[in-house]
Ligand binder design. Structure first.
Ligand code: AMP
Ligand code: FES
Ligand code: ZN
Length: 303
């Protein structure tokens, strides 16, 4: 196969775009898709201060590198979960990446905050992934607001977004369907959240990471069992293979026509949020926020 643009030998075949690219032309294609994703949805501009949540995985590292190459003001944030056998390697990968590319990095250590994930897992009587997700989102938001960042970016790609949308759709979860998307405006103590890789598949970010020589953290979280999302992702891979282009059509169609149909009227909007009585984080509970409740549970003597 030849590169669609320059006719050199193609190294990346993109069936959804019915085409192939050589390395240079693929990198330009990737940059254009990121730029289009940012501009078409008004995610941010060059005057924003962007905090990029870096897990050490290929998507978030690819995102930080590409935004920095496009001249955006980028700082990394890594949440060190303190999971033995996994977190030290992820932290080392993120630190080396930021040092290599001159990207400032903030590290929040859950051990230092008194909530290492293995301890949370041992104390909570529910699946750790949802509590861990809550803890990560709390520190993303708090760090962004406390340190004056104007946008918080995560490395979610098109496959992540389509899997989530599909899961929300098969449950007809109207609340999630009303505000899922690459942009969640900041409000009531919540930072503006953006997902600039929403137009790019996991395959495309993997190719970008490979061609740009990004050394990333590969081991999956030792606590994540067969997540439902991976079943959905697999179904979508099959659909995409049979009908190239379906993923982006489904997601873009949702943004243009599906989401407006689910937009909440003010009267139906969620419960009013108030500051957590311990830490000030917005919460609908009227008392402690979810993370302070986890902190409380950790303080109780072991049963
Ligand atoms: P995941 O839910 O693990 O697929 O991660 C989705 C996105 O959340 C990643 O692309 C990162 O931007 C961010 N993220 C996940 N884990 C961490 C972490 N430990 N520290 C910083 N950002 C993270
Ligand atoms: Fe949080 Fe696995 S990453 S439980
Ligand atoms: Zn709190």
């Amino acid at each position: 196969m030849k590169c669609k643009i320059c006719k050199a030998t193609a190294v990346v075949a993109l069936r959804s775009h019915h085409t192939g690219f050589c390395a240079d032309c693929f990198l330009k294609f990737f940059s254009r898709q990121v730029a289009k994703g940012i501009e078409s949805q008004g995610l941010f501009t060059h005057s924003d201060r962007i905090l990029v949540a870096l897990s050490g995985g290929k998507d978030s590292l690819a995102l930080a590198l590409e935004l920095s190459r496009q001249g955006y003001d980028v700082t990394g944030l890594h949440i060190d979960l303190d999971i033995p056998g996994s977190s030290p390697a992820a932290r080392a990968v993120v630190s080396a990446f930021c040092a290599k590319h001159g990207i400032p990095l903030i590290i929040k250590s859950m051990a230092e905050e008194g909530m290492p994930i293995p301890l949370v897992k041992a104390r909570l009587n529910r699946p750790i992934c949802s509590a861990c997700g809550k803890i990560k989102r709390y520190w993303f938001n708090k760090t962004a607001l406390d340190m004056g960042f104007t946008a918080l970016a995560t490395g979610h790609n098109l496959d992540d977004e389509v899997a989530r949308l599909f899961s929300n759709t098969i449950r007809w979860d109207a609340a999630y369907l009303s505000d899922q998307g690459p942009l969640l405006e900041g409000e009531d103590g919540f930072a503006r959240k953006v997902k600039p890789l929403w137009r790019l598949t996991e395959f495309e970010t993997a190719n970008y990471a490979f061609l740009m020589g990004i050394n990333h953290h590969i081991d999956p979280c030792p606590y994540s069992g067969g997540a439902t999302f991976s079943i959905h992702k697999q179904l979508w891979q099959e659909l995409e293979a049979a009908m190239p282009g379906r993923k982006i059509d489904f997601y873009q169609g949702f943004l243009e026509r599906g989401r407006p149909a689910f937009a909440r009227r003010d009267a139906e909007a969620g419960l009013p949020v108030r500051p957590c009585t311990a830490c000030g984080y917005p919460t609908a509970s009227g008392g402690l926020c979810g993370v302070c409740r986890i902190r409380e549970a950790l303080r109780q003597p072991e049963a």
